[in-house]
Design a binder for this molecule. Structure first.
Ligand SMILES: Nc1ncnc2c1ncn2[C@@H]1O[C@H](COP(=O)(O)OP(=O)(O)OP(=O)(O)O)[C@@H](O)[C@H]1O
Ligand SMILES: [Mg+2]
Length: 244
């Protein structure tokens, strides 16, 4: 049996793993092949994979990255001293540079104002910001980054689930775990797009791989799964739900 948690097993390793419709994945792939990232703001509810997506993109492009958690370093001093210092320095290996500010809605108003100036000044440095609550972001900061919603519409969710479900099966199989296709789809359709909840359910319901462990949608825990996945319920989207 695997010693990895379901969350570690499912962690995205390729851009197709991301909870984004195909056309956004294709756009990300082009950024990777061109090694040319846009300034972007990933936003959406907790657990939808914003931080993981940012880290994966930065790793794929092999950028020189400075990562800040906006909920820990919230002040103007950090922007001025640390981020600006990073932007000024040459990259040791000549890689393109990126500044990743996770949970940037927690930056103070003065830090957000300072960041606007830094983004303007250092055009060769790319910025990826993530936020749950974009209402707290200054409009001038938002307008400097391409907004990418991680709260898919019901139609997009179906497309994404069809793409990632087979990959989940393979990843679980590689980790020595197994779950019936119907059971997996039920979990995805119920919990999507909260991938933390998906991982928790799988941690609970996936079983060590044995030939008779999974009986066509019924786990050994005795949990019956409907043959038809329930319809997807969605949190209320914010103004930018159709932004990209
Ligand atoms: N594309 C993915 N497929 C499967 N699991 C994923 C994916 N992206 C992230 N995860 C897993 O889901 C969990 C939440 O991911 P992550 O921390 O990136 O979400 P988040 O949107 O940044 O959440 P928060 O808003 O709370 O910071 C992590 O355990 C991560 O391993
Ligand atoms: Mg996060």
């Amino acid at each position: 049996m695997t010693s990895l948690s379901a969350s570690e097993v499912l962690r995205p390793t390729e851009l197709v793993d991301l909870v984004q419709p195909d056309y956004v994945v294709a756009r990300f792939e082009r950024m990777v092949s061109d090694r040319n990232l846009m300034n972007m703001l990933f936003y959406g509810q907790p657990g939808v994979g914003k931080t993981s997506a940012a880290r994966l993109l930065l790793k794929k492009i092999d950028m020189d990255v400075y990562e800040v958690n906006g909920s820990i370093k919230t002040g103007i001093d950090q922007v001025r001293d640390e981020i600006e210092k990073f932007c000024t320095h040459y990259s040791i290996y000549g890689q393109p540079k990126a500044c990743f500010i996770d949970e940037c809605e927690f930056l103070s108003a003065s830090a957000q104002a300072g960041l606007r100036g830094v983004i303007e000044k250092f055009r060769e440095v790319r910025f990826i910001l993530t936020a749950n609550d974009i209402i707290k972001l200054h409009p001038a900061l938002k307008s400097r980054c391409m907004p990418i919603s991680f709260d898919p519409s019901p139609l997009q969710a179906e497309e994404i689930i069809s793409r990632i479900a087979p990959r989940y099966h393979l990843k679980l199989e590689d980790a020595g775990l197994e779950i019936g296709d119907k059971a997996l789809r039920e979990i995805l359709f119920t919990e999507f797009p909260d991938l933390r909840r998906v991982a928790n359910r799988l941690e609970f319901e996936a079983l060590p791989r044995q030939p008779s462990a999974v009986l066509n949608g019924t786990t050994d825990l005795g949990m019956e799964h409907n043959s038809d996945p329930p319809s997807i319920s969605h949190p209320s989207s914010n103004d930018w739900s159709t932004a990209y």
